[in-house]
Design a protein around this ligand. Structure first.
Ligand SMILES: [Zn+2]
Length: 597
């Protein structure tokens, strides 16, 4: 039966996705899905992850597959590919219109749709969970599952809710898919995505696709580093070359200097306006002229530029996971691609220093956070908005310019410990404070019957805050307007009318923070006592980052195979050490040189 199933899958893939055969990794994961196992699959970019849920979806009868995907652009891209292969699917995001959403639900209820794509923001809404629980799912898929890792730079708070909701929904199969993720990151994903006490099968392939070749080149000065880069760019016969720089400034400067040398280049970083970034992406995708894309790590998830056959990493990235993700941007259609680390002797020292300043010792971190006690809420479940300038004032440093850096580091640590929420997205927020003699439950109980607008909004708010907040007397919380509108399915005018009503009655104190003000501050959550309890998260994130940075040291200075050590870093615990010095990767410059000698 299992082989029948895989054969059917392969047949379909051949006919509709122009593949000659399934890859071994795909076969293995598909077999596990068939057996109704709970699977986490770690596959490098370009390994054909989409097929892992598309193919089973076709053969589950009346049981659609739900896919939670972090980026709208990714979903739209998948939708396009599905329709090319005539696979009916629906999409649910926060950005679509009421009309579109209704159409999606109708298509789903009629049993037509095979695949349901949902953004995490939509997935966590009670109304969505309620509706989806009435449908028999064949499988739930969490795509780009590394977004669940609180210390990763792709972290999405809504992703941490997924596990709890899937426990309620009880789909017969769950598949978490991620690209490059070290052992610790994978453990974190398992903990947060899958229901508790469930046997999860790990499928891990090499962290780097087999068509990517790795080289490390050490230089002795910054001038030499630049000259070497220019030489490499001139010599390369790759149509598109991607160069990763450590900062936006370096990125911009390099473009200017390369243009002077008549080397055609474009810049890509998060400092560019969204539209400009989009047009650079489009240009990089379409161009037939030899082009050097000078980028920062912003050139990452959700960007699909094929034809890059050389990726140069200029200076040490922050760790081995980041390095492999960068290299994975090359060779996306399976063509051979080279990844080159171009570094100077001071890079490792600089990185170590940066690590220590951005991740202070745990005891020091607690001490630093204690400076903010007066701004923090008193109880678990509460949250409050604080202006960054107020936080800066209590930080002591010898040099004034170090203050901001220090603040950013404390903020990063607080975020890992779930004691802080970002306001960087530029949302509008409401500060809501219940009158001192009341709890939120009292307010809910006092709702007159039949008034649905108030009820809808209060229910929406309930779904966004920690449950214990509801029974706090005089509790305070800060919620995003966008999320509240989404959760209550009410517009901004209705939301404000309701709160103004309660404001007049002196039941709720309500204030608004507009998006410009919001960007100037942060939301602190849960109080200092909670932070102390969450410290282990900080400690494990810190040690993970350090280990991952050490792997980069090993790779760059190795005199034997460069990749065997780091492949072990990604391997599951039980085979750790087993491959020591025995094998050659045949993907690194040292192995390849040895073969030709
Ligand atoms: Zn090797």
């Amino acid at each position: 039966m299992q082989t029948d199933f895989i054969q059917k899958c392969e047949e379909f893939a051949k006919n509709n996705f122009s593949l000659s055969e399934l890859r071994p990794a795909q076969r293995e994961v598909l077999a596990q899905i068939y057996e109704k196992r709970f699977v986490i699959a770690t596959l490098p970019t370009g390994a054909g992850k989409t097929l892992l849920y598309t193919l089973p979806a076709l053969f589950f009868e009346n049981e659609p597959v739900l896919v939670i995907s972090p980026l709208i652009s990714l979903m739209r891209d998948q939708e396009r590919r599905m329709s090319e292969a005539s696979i009916p699917c629906v999409i649910f995001t926060s950005e679509q219109s009421e009309e579109e959403r209704k159409e999606s639900w109708n298509k789903l209820k009629s049993g037509e749709a095979k695949i349901i794509f949902a953004s995490p923001e939509r997935f966590v809404l009670p109304s969505f969970i309620n509706a989806i629980s009435k449908i028999n799912l064949g499988m739930a898929v969490v795509d780009e599952a590394h977004c669940v890792v609180a210390w990763g730079h792709n972290f999405r708070p809504e992703y941490s809710e997924i596990g709890k909701i899937l426990t309620k929904l009880q789909p017969p199969r769950i598949l978490a898919i991620t690209a490059t993720a070290g052992r610790n990151s994978r453990q974190d994903i398992i903990k947060r995505v899958f229901p508790e006490n469930i046997q999860v099968t790990e499928y891990i392939s090499k962290p780097l696709a087999e068509n990517i070749f790795v080289e490390s080149h050490r230089v002795f000065s910054i001038e030499e580093q630049w000259n070497k880069l220019v030489e490499i760019l001139k010599d390369s016969n790759s149509q598109k070359i991607l160069v990763y720089f450590q900062s936006r400034i370096l990125c911009e400067d390099s473009v200017r200097k390369l243009r002077k040398l008549k080397i055609h280049s474009v810049a890509y970083h998060a400092g560019l306006p969204k539209l400009e970034r989009k047009s650079v992406e489009q240009y990089a995708h379409d161009t037939t002229q030899k082009t050097v894309i000078c980028a920062t790590t912003a050139f990452g998830m959700g960007i699909d530029v094929s034809g890059i056959r050389l990726v140069v990493v200029y200076g040490f990235p922050s760790n081995i996971e980041e390095f492999f993700q960068m290299l994975g941007r090359g060779g996306r259609s399976g063509e051979p691609s080279k990844g080159l680390l171009l570094w100077t002797g001071s890079d490792p020292i600089k990185r170590e220093f940066q690590f220590k300043s951005s991740f202070p010792e745990p005891s020091l971190f607690l001490e630093l956070s204690a400076l903010f006690i007066r701004f923090m809420p008193t109880h678990f479940g509460e949250s409050c908005f604080v202006n960054k300038n107020d936080l800066l004032e209590v930080i002591k440093t010898k040099k004034e310019q170090d203050k901001l850096k220090k603040l950013e580091n404390i903020i990063a640590g607080l975020r890992i410990c779930n004691a802080l929420e970002d306001t960087r997205t530029g949302d509008t927020y409401y500060i809501i404070k219940v009158a001192a003699h009341l709890t939120f439950i009292d307010i809910l109980a006092g709702l007159p019957e039949g008034i649905t607008k108030r009820k809808k909004i209060l229910d929406g708010l309930t779904s966004l805050v920690e449950k214990c907040w509801l029974s706090l007397r005089g509790g305070q919380c800060v919620v995003s307007l966008k999320k509240l509108m989404d959760a209550s399915e009410m517009n901004v005018t209705s939301c404000e009318q309701v709160f103004l009503h309660y404001n007049e009655q002196k039941i709720i104190n309500f204030a608004k923070i507009d998006n410009e003000q919001a960007k100037q501050g942060v939301i602190l959550k849960n109080g200092y006592a909670h932070l102390q309890k969450e410290l282990p998260r900080y400690i494990s994130a810190r040690s993970h980052f350090h280990a991952s940075l050490r792997e980069l040291d090993k790779l760059s200075t190795s005199t034997t195979c460069r990749l065997s050590a780091s492949f072990e870093f990604f391997a599951p615990r039980h085979i750790q050490g087993a491959s020591k010095n025995i094998w050659r990767c045949m993907q690194c410059d040292i192995c390849i040189r040895k073969r030709t000698e």
